[in-house]
Design a binder for this molecule. Structure first.
Ligand SMILES: [Zn+2]
Length: 299
């Protein structure tokens, strides 16, 4: 499976971090690499080819052609929009390389020619021509006006600041607490049965965030700190439960447990490991929050 960087180098396209940009028969083409560290099924390439607005009849014909030739075109999924074709490439065993990408593009642009679909030369924002700038909107290369682009950047910025300062609801925090407690259950049960599986404490932070979102919690600039605090409080509480379970099991006092070398080591290890894996869970949540925060990106 060729990387987009390799494909871009072979085709002499512009190479950016997660996308490459070229021109095929006059059409600007963006090929984006979607990367998911958690799910290899989500590692795929997406092709974006903008064009001037087409009628719904033309879109219907194009859609029919793509559907009928899905296999040959190596399309896993696609969407014919009014002003752009978006296609997720199915790599299969052979994968996509520069040669195959050229074959795919050749088939697509000859279909465009038959349907009189034209290169996009109008502004991505106001749909007027002539354009005087290029905007990369969510990594997709599009023609635009410098003034329209600057306006859009300012709007996105204002929107981000508004969201970052929007207070969240108490219900959201209740969801976070409930989520953290639910997320801590597998870990607590494992501890009480003496199956030491510290990795389960990752779930505390993850389910905490799920609970927060489920009950309508808004992601603002304090969210990750508050959710971290909730997760670690619950992880700490789990360890306190563990200490008391030893107290009950051996019918001793907490002081006796803490003064027993073996029990003390066991508790310290439990606190350390659960805090460590809890931290990994919290970092995972941080990356999810980052994804949820930055929906629109313009450069
Ligand atoms: Zn414009």
């Amino acid at each position: 499976m060729a990387s987009i960087k390799k494909i871009g180098t072979e085709l002499n396209w512009d190479i950016e971090k997660k996308a490459i940009y070229g021109n095929y028969s006059g059409f600007d083409v963006t090929l984006e690499q979607n990367i998911s560290y958690g799910n290899s099924q989500n590692n795929f390439k997406i092709l974006y080819i903008p064009y001037n607005d087409i009628t719904s009849a033309t879109a219907g014909v194009l859609n029919g052609y793509l559907k009928a030739n899905k296999k040959e075109l190596k399309l896993a999924l696609f969407e014919v929009k009014q002003d752009m074709l978006i296609a997720r490439l199915g790599e299969g065993l052979k994968g996509i390389n520069a040669e195959r990408l050229k074959e795919i593009l050749q088939l697509i642009v000859s279909q465009f020619a038959q349907l009189s679909i034209e290169t996009k030369d109008t502004c991505a924002y106001c749909n007027q021509e002539p354009v005087d700038a290029i905007a990369y909107i969510n990594k997709i290369k599009l023609p635009s006006h410098e003034s329209c682009k600057q306006n859009a950047i300012a709007n996105v910025q204002a929107q981000k600041e508004k969201l970052a300062n929007e207070p969240s609801s108490p219900l959201g925090y209740m969801g976070a607490i409930a989520g953290a407690v639910i997320g801590a259950i597998p870990f607590t049960v494992a501890l009480l049965f003496n199956w030491y599986i510290g990795i389960l404490s990752i779930l505390t932070g993850v389910v905490c965030y799920e609970g927060y979102k489920l009950l309508g919690g808004k992601v603002n600039k304090t969210t990750k700190y508050i959710l971290s605090l909730i997760s670690f409080t619950v992880i700490l509480a789990t360890n306190i439960i563990l200490a008391y379970s030893i107290v009950l099991e051996y019918d001793v006092t907490l002081n006796q447990v803490l003064n027993n070398v073996g029990a003390k080591e066991y508790l310290i290890e439990s606190v350390g490991m659960s805090a460590l894996f809890g931290l990994i869970g919290v970092f995972y949540v941080f990356s999810r929050i980052k994804n949820d925060e930055h929906k629109i990106e313009i450069t």
